[in-house]
Write a protein that binds this ligand. Sequence first.
Ligand SMILES: Cc1cc2nc3c(=O)[nH]c(=O)nc-3n(C[C@H](O)[C@H](O)[C@H](O)COP(=O)(O)OP(=O)(O)OC[C@H]3O[C@@H](n4cnc5c(N)ncnc54)[C@H](O)[C@@H]3O)c2cc1C
Length: 398
Amino acid sequence: MSETRLRVMVIGAGLGGLCLAQGLRRRGVDVTVYERDDALLVRNQGYRLYIDPTGDRVLRESLPAELYDLFRATAGYPPLRIVKLDDQVNETRVLEDDPDETPISVDRLTLRQILFEGLADHVAFGKKLVRYDTSATGDGPVTAHFADGTTATGDVLIAADGVNSAVRRQYLPHARIMDSGVRQIYGKVPLDDHTRGLFRDVMFNVFTPLVGTRERYMGIGPHQPDEPVAQAAARLTPGAELHDSGAYMACYFGARVERFPHDDLRSLTSRELHQLALNMTKDWHPGLRAIIEHWLPDAVFPLTLRTSIPIPAWPTTPVTLLGDAIHTMSPAGGAGANTALRDAAALTEALAQAATGAPLIPELRKYEADMTAYGFAAVRESARDGAERSHQNPLPTD
Ligand SMILES: Cc1cc2nc3c(=O)[nH]c(=O)nc-3n(C[C@H](O)[C@H](O)[C@H](O)COP(=O)(O)OP(=O)(O)OC[C@H]3O[C@@H](n4cnc5c(N)ncnc54)[C@H](O)[C@@H]3O)c2cc1C
């Protein structure tokens, strides 16, 4: 398809921004992604993601066939059975069981690399957006200003810059992000013949929630690629070098913030966080403590659980948002990335229509109406799940 004259600027090369760029490239739309980091893999982002049928559909529609096949080959397929345990590893309840549905697990780093394939000429690294300008009438070109003093101009600017979005802070300053009152410590256990024995069979299901006393809990989920990442890449996309996180068990320990000795866990080192998780589970079953002991010491990281607070519709302009930039949600529902991918597909359609002559603003208005309806519904549902499962603060009612 021939390239059109609509120039799309995307801020942020995360899952949503890259998926949008892939979709737009397939439709022949001119797109450049501006990413603040200097390269794709500068930070530890290698956690496990659960991809639902919507996320899978979007990836199938957005990616070239060989990249979609690579995503499926490097994904894992754990059974959809969720059995709740207590801190002495007693089974307390079956929460979900569907032998006909096979969920998809992926490593975030692997997925992000797959989404980046073929986009090297369309992603500018080291470009941290600090602000943007629009024309006086608000409908003309948009100019993005970056921390290195450079600028870029396009017809539309998409904020895909995540939970701390600089675009959202300028554009919708009334849109608030709230601390949900819960902290988590993430770890992972690489799976080999020895470490597999640490886990009960039930823990190889898609996800295992474990509820302790005193507002403490743990979550465990496997990631076992169907095919080794390097082998799948060599077979499907020769020349693509993908980081291989291997097979692992993703585990996190979480509790209400009041239970932790520090409310900002980000000041602690990976090893201090690891020790803290062990200290806070001294009364748990020895088998669970053995799992935490086997966490990779340098891959432990903290998380403050936050959520956006839904806002009413705003006037549409050539600046819009997707993913965590507008609807960050509690990870309790495993829906954040899936919703960002859904946005990317919807925006691809809207922008492709505008690129072939449809008026831009009505296309974006329709996107925003749909996106805020399903996106904020997912925020509310994730907040409800989080309040029920992990003692998160509820969303304000007013
Ligand atoms: C531990 C954990 C587990 C999760 N598990 C799941 C799960 O199982 N299923 C699920 O659906 N979701 C899950 N999520 C949520 C999911 O990861 C996010 O919802 C998703 O990554 C959001 O994608 P995004 O593209 O909106 O933002 P991000 O992926 O966060 O990307 C934002 C990008 O913008 C860049 N950026 C930021 N500021 C600027 C700036 N000023 N200028 C330029 N670039 C900038 C960042 O560097 C980053 O690359 C999980 C999250 C966490 C933390």
